[in-house]
Design a protein around this ligand. Structure first.
Ligand code: GLY
Length: 421
């Protein structure tokens, strides 16, 4: 049996977990990108006002921070950040242009918590409404409920004046079609027998090495993406989305000078999901949780795993009991690992990043894996008067999307807002 680099790293990481060491023998809790135990233990206060968010919010942090620092409401400031990706057709993990469900329909989830008034709002599985972050705030402000889902949530949004719009962009529709065709040897979606692209299923007993099979598959996908009319420079990225259906999302937490805080999370959820599937993003306590007395936290990544550990709530409760933001997040990650009895053959197929802000301005970004792939580390975006992206601290050394093997996407084809964040 051959051992890939990833096998080595994950096996090492498994052994290291018990020791509290990363694959290079260091204490991972001390190697916390920008916020290490030495440099930012969470024991000392940070600056206020401050905002933290997932890195796809980086471009929109300025406008949120400006509002916050001029005395604007913490939730409104966070909404100014997350509506950036919601409105951006090229961010295919959030709002307009999000990758659709298995039937080709975009369904969005969001939730928010407003610290100063200790209120919450949430919507799940919403179709045809772009800014579900704002709809979750409307549920909070204009109903006696906390959560609305599906058709009822859409009707409520329309009643509140939100426009009904088709959220499926041409690019996302073509990626969805590519995904349908990927399963072609088992269904009637193209290419059919008469199509020049048709290929006989791999004969059993004559299997090629796995890496070679994957290389062929990726090349076929990229070629087919071009045939479907996907821009040439995006074809490899489109193939990547089929092999690794993204769970991208945006969370933002905001803290003002007075110590008021709010959090919000919004997403199009797991690409190609079953219709009606809700991930962690609309679940108060999983995708987002804010307690005015303690702090705020939010998540991006494998929603099903995060729901089972009530990640954001767990982190805020950990901080209430004295843990630093970093340690509070690492504990939540370890609960995910424990749910799989440390089984790395399964843990390598999931990922999770937490964005954590304590009431005194201390913050941390922590993730299960180092990044998506080499050169694509997980990051937290921060604004406290100076805007920056910092690599998150990670529990495991290695990358969540290293298997199946995927060719390195040339830098020239990789645009931050269009590929991996
Ligand atoms: N974390 C986003 C989702 O799983 O839907």
């Amino acid at each position: 049996m051959s051992f890939s680099r990833r096998d080595f790293l994950t096996t090492t990481a498994l052994g290291s977990l018990a020791l509290g060491l990363d694959a290079q023998g260091r204490n991972p809790e001390r190697k916390n990108g920008g916020q290490s135990a030495e440099s930012h233990p969470g024991a000392g206060a940070g600056k206020r006002p401050i905002m933290v968010c997932a890195n796809n919010g980086f471009a929109y942090l300025d406008r949120g921070y400006e509002h916050l620092s001029k005395g604007g409401d913490t939730l409104d400031s966070a909404i100014l950040v997350v509506t950036g990706p919601e409105d951006d057709p090229k961010d295919d993990s959030v709002g307009y242009g999000g990758l659709p469900n298995e039937e080709g329909v975009v369904e969005l989830d969001a939730c928010c918590m407003h610290g100063p008034t200790r209120r919450a709002g949430s919507v799940g599985g919403v179709r045809n409404i772009k800014n579900v972050s704002k709809v979750s705030k409307a549920v909070m402000e204009h109903t006696g409920h906390v959560m609305l889902v599906g058709e009822g949530a859409e009707r409520f949004a329309v009643a509140m004046g939100f426009p009904r719009e088709d959220l499926l962009t041409e690019r996302s529709r073509k990626i969805w079609l590519l995904w349908k065709e990927y399963h072609s040897s088992r269904d009637w979606w193209g290419p059919g027998l008469a199509d020049p692209h048709w290929q006989a299923p791999e004969p059993t007993g004559e299997r090629k090495p796995r890496a070679e099979l994957w290389r062929e598959r990726v090349n076929q996908l990229a070629r087919r993406a071009a045939d479907l009319g996907i821009e040439r420079e995006f074809c490899l990225a489109a193939a990547h989305r089929i092999i690794f259906p993204p769970t991208g999302t945006i969370h933002c937490s905001a803290l003002n000078e007075k110590g008021e805080m709010s959090g919000i999370t919004t997403t199009s959820g797991l690409a190609f999901k079953l219709p009606g599937r809700c991930g962690d993003s609309p679940i108060i306590g999983a995708g987002c949780y804010t307690d005015q007395d303690v702090g705020s936290a939010g998540a991006t990544g494998s929603g099903e795993e995060n729901i089972k550990v009530a990640g954001a709530h767990t982190i805020v409760e950990n901080m209430r009991h004295g843990m630093s933001p970093h340690d509070a997040g690492m504990d939540a990650l370890k609960r995910i690992v424990r749910n799989y009895n440390n089984d790395m053959t399964k843990l390598r197929f999931m990922d999770m990043t937490y964005y954590i802000l304590r009431k005194d301005g201390a913050y941390a970004g922590v993730s299960l894996w180092e990044g998506y792939s080499e050169g694509n580390p997980h990051k937290i975006a921060v604004h406290d008067g100076s805007k920056r992206s910092e690599e998150t601290a990670h529990l495991f050394k290695g990358y969540s999307q290293e298997f199946p093997p995927f060719p390195k996407i040339p830098d020239a084809l990789k645009k931050e807002s269009e590929y991996l964040k």
